[in-house]
Design a protein around this ligand. Sequence first.
Ligand code: ADP
Ligand code: MG
Length: 619
Amino acid sequence: MSDIIQLLPDHVANQIAAGEVVQRPASVVKELLENAIDANATEIKLIIKDAGKTLVQVIDNGKGMSVTDARLSFERHATSKIQAAEDLFQLNTKGFRGEALASIAAIAHVELKTKQGEDDLGTTIVIEGSEVKSQEVTVTPTGTSVSVKHLFFNIPARRNFLKSDTVELRHITDEFHRVALAHPNIGFSFYHNGSDLFNVPQENYRQRVVHIFGTKTNEKLVPVEEETEVLKISGFVGKPTFSKKTKSEQFFFVNQRFIKSPYLNHAIKSAFEGLLKDGYHPSYFLNLTVDPKSIDINIHPTKTEIKFDDEHTLYAILRSAVKHSLGQFNIAPVLDFEHQSSLNTPYNYKDKSAATPAIEVDRNYNPFSDDSAGKPQSVSRNTGFKSEPAASWESLYVGLESKGNTAQSDFSEVTFESDSKNESIFSDSSIETKKSTFQLQQKYIVSTLKSGMLIIDQNKAHQRVLYENFLKHITVKEATSQQLLFPLQLHFTPNETKIIEDLKTDLEHTGFVFSELNTKEIIITGVPVGVPESEVSIILEQLISDVENDLPETNFSAADLLAKSMAKSLAIKNGQSLSSTEQEHMVNSLFACKEPNVSPTNRPTFITMAVDDIEKKFM
Ligand code: ADP
Ligand code: MG
């Protein structure tokens, strides 16, 4: 038979890629604004017509492009921002995929005008549906202007899919707010159908927040400043009396990138504990700065999720910094501040000056080791892992108990390619009496194998265990529920409530019991066994955010998404220390899984290193 595989022509590939990058006019706005920022612009102008359906234009005074670069910028995977794969781990730019311009040009009419500072003349390029219509020398100011007209002109289905102008403009405004808030040192203006919606000069952060959210905002801002080895926090939280019924004023920026994190959001909520009325949400505008190496920016262009190396520690620092600010500015009664200084975490407050407390990490301090005086309890959140005795920890694994008692029997089901001849791959030293595992950087569980070494990623492994457990409950429809002493009342927006409603049956199969579920309130009277009450709102918020993030084209299976989302919320985080019993239990539970080697999101849960490989390293 003749060969049948062909490479897709570029314009088709670009159109497919465009589906991922460009979902609506707001996506174009985001990409163009980010390019302008990456070009070191200090003034950026956004011009929109008909909610972006007719025109999205961004004009910047950045560094511009050479004639060749201008043409190249529309090629797929053409980027000036990374040279090698390693660069991905220390990103200081917004873009890096080199896909945005190629994608946009595949599904719209694009005109690019650009000039570099040292040149007298610039370039204009016109591209329609990936086809270059013209490239000419032009007179144009230094910087770049990109106008995108007739979005989706060649994909009517997507064009029809766009919402009303009001809705699309709201998406654009949200995107604009995020970018403008993250970059107060850049001046922005924003015009819609000829009228001027925003015009903000270069300014400080407080001024920027006030410019965007209105003069009244000024009096409600409480500064939050904290600098530790791993994390710098700066920005504001809103005074509790100004809290809102919506979450419209909640902004986290990590290295100047807007992100959503139900988990870190919870850190703030818990810092406000006792200060907010039921159903109200704190406002916050917080900039977190971390080492770019310690985060994994989701490779997917439209997602706002980010993965931290050590989320657990960030949670503790963030919560404490916000609590401190609320206390210092006399908003909260001094709360449990004495308690705070011993903060149940591996941190020492070295410098206790009231103004800018600095936290330093004492890597040797392990609050959970037996010899630490007055054993402190778990930090912040309770996943049923740390503060609870092993018995409750185990309750998270109902249905997953190992059949045998020793590690050996569970592990015997695993076959590693390198080790087919052995019925048990564990070295003899894994007999109970000896310590067979240890934790590395509160992130990995290391164990020995007959053939070498096993390194498990605790977070990913636990996600796998929980995922299979939840999936089983959802499909078998037989979960056990634990009744809450006091029903839990939660409030969500109508859209969010709709998402929960759609998943209600599946949620009930995991063990949730709802007594009310309508747009006014959600009342929960029962939760899955092993899920602490304090986690419930995180789980639901994470779930909503996961559903919202799930793109229309992905194969949506509600049960799968729910199981993944709950596993993500409840899995122990990196940075959490585990006792030896907990470590061993984790190992056993992982290898009792159907698919132990990958996380629910298809990342490896463990790696092995054969003795041979170790030996080679010593040669
Ligand atoms: P990415 O931003 O991921 O690199 P894009 O497709 O958005 O990919 O842009 C491709 C390249 O075009 C960028 O790497 C940059 O070199 C150049 N570019 C795009 N927009 C601008 C701009 N406004 N000013 C200067 N250069 C730009
Ligand atoms: Mg870009």
